[in-house]
Design a protein around this ligand. Sequence first.
Ligand code: PMP
Length: 429
Amino acid sequence: MRLSSESGAPDVHLNLNVRGLKPSATVAINERSDELRRAGREIFKLGLGQSPFPVPHPVVRALQSHAHEKDYLPARGLRSLREAVAGYHRREQGIEAEADGVLIGPGSKELMFLLQLAHYGDLVIPSPSWVSYAPQAHILGRQVHWLTTNAKGRWKVGADQLDAFCCEDPDRPRILILNYPSNPTGATYTADELRGIAQVARRHKVLLLSDEIYGATHHAGRHVSVARFYPEGTIVSSGLSKWCGAGGWRLGTFLFPRRLDWLQDAMAAVATETYTSTSAPIQHAAVSAFTGGPEIEAYLAGSRRVLAALGNWSVAKMREAGIAVQEPEGGFYLFPDFTPLEDRLRGRGIQGSRPLCERLLQETGVATLPGVDFGRPRQELTLRLAYVDFDGGAALAGAEGGAALDERWLRAHCGRVVTAIERICDWVR
Ligand code: PMP
């Protein structure tokens, strides 16, 4: 289709920042996996990072009873939900939180985009980082600076490293996004590490966006928010998508300190001119999720146990096959590094993470995402694996009563992930 009569190219009217922009890598791998499945291939979907667990019953019941809610809601969110979210942060993380500091949005991804739109600071992110931070910055014409990390340091950014980076240009406004437990690595930060980063961020007046969307999936239930150490400069991001299994419901939350009212106000103003407000029935239902209770606690305890058992089993298997990989501390991702097998892979014509994932998909049916999509060097043999291709409802039921989650249990309840990991290990051998 030609839209321009003068130039041959139909995309000349595209904003330069979106010209050549491809659909998000995680969404694309999911669509590709579905296509291959429809074509009759057996595909193991370890590409898209979606919670395997169903939405907890009390939250589903709340949505059913609020289906009739039809009015637009305030752009910042339903008052009772903002109160419940503030209560959640106080209760779970022991941080100061008021309803006025809560902003509800249609997914935390959208709120992150609004943040980068409203604040003109450069974006600073670790490599590897979740796939959408950098593309959002590019769409908005913001600079992106990657802080490189390595497997030895569990893919984490250090306070000294951040300090050295900020000292290069001390007065530059910056947004640092810290995400832990991490997508893609499954690693989390200790309280001491967070304290160190907080001190440096304060010294350099860095705005910290702490993406804690996987916080409640910390495998030992011991997530610590960096807002404890840098309350005045930290925005805490969370939502229903991960710990509550409700990615498709599209509800995200930001918690602002009072000192950043001006930023919250600007984002809320943009919200009124764009999406108006987040879906009303979903907001009403989310009140019950953030209020919590024994059923939700049991659901979380079960989810964590299953994720820890499956993640640790997968790590042990991959290590036996010579793949370097860290044990996960939260979330449902692993970030294996195939560099120890570099010679063998090169002999098969595989150099770099894209060919690695492509050949894995073609030859074993296991869908994953290449490290390059997370900001790693093209030639590095890393990939992200989301160990979520199993029926989370059946797994939670099977884990009830304290059953030992050993290999036999994992084969019975998370068989597709077990098979996928075994296929990867056989393939490298
Ligand atoms: N941050 C991270 C690290 C994520 O993995 C995701 C979802 N994949 C999001 C933010 C966005 O989540 P949502 O928009 O569903 O709240």
